[in-house]
Design a protein around this ligand. Sequence first.
Ligand code: ADP
Ligand code: 5GP
Length: 188
Amino acid sequence: MARAPRLFVVSGPSGVGKGTLVSRVREIRSDLGLTVSATTRQPRPGEVDGVSYHFLTDEDFDRKVEAGEFLEWANVHGHKYGTLRSEAERNLAAGHSVILEIDVQGALNVRTVFPDAVLIFIEPPSMEVLEARLRGRGTEDEASLKLRLADAAGEMALAEKYDEHVVNDDLEASARRLCAVLDAHEMN
Ligand code: ADP
Ligand code: 5GP
């Protein structure tokens, strides 16, 4: 049966493994479209402008908000992040499903614009594992780490609004489960 392209939204607390999991799913599903978000946060070492994110100044970001270029945007952990409408629409028009890896506020905003979007929440096996992963990643200073862990509780409280839930325990098993969720909705 033919797949229908769908807009998937993946959220979960910082450090749960969204980026890692979605990268693995992209290896399995090379047909998935790629959208690069915009952000006002500083690039981390190794992040490339236009690949990891479009890194924008506050002024440039605000200009795009004014021009209606974002499908959604939100303030997350002290910085602005947004999905460019053009990137998502280009992929869907070409028949490719899209996975947006965005925060909980952005996800719920997407649902108002695209009611057919499928919202998937990635859960940590425990809060201890979440903290260990975030620390183990070694990208955040103590203040940013504390902010992200403090934000995690509020994010987890919104999980019930999501259509699907995947616990990221074993990476390979979780990637398979996420792929199965995508398949099920594309065949609908
Ligand atoms: P997020 O994108 O949700 O902030 P990352 O993908 O950056 O999270 O993952 C955070 C850290 O946890 C990384 O160091 C990553 O290698 C690790 N990680 C991700 N998924 C798993 C997993 N299933 N098991 C163990 N470690 C994981
Ligand atoms: P990070 O700074 O670790 O790359 O991302 C921090 C948070 O911003 C994550 O929860 C991530 O999902 C979210 N995020 C990334 N891109 C977007 C986006 O385009 N829109 C929204 N709303 N959130 C985003």
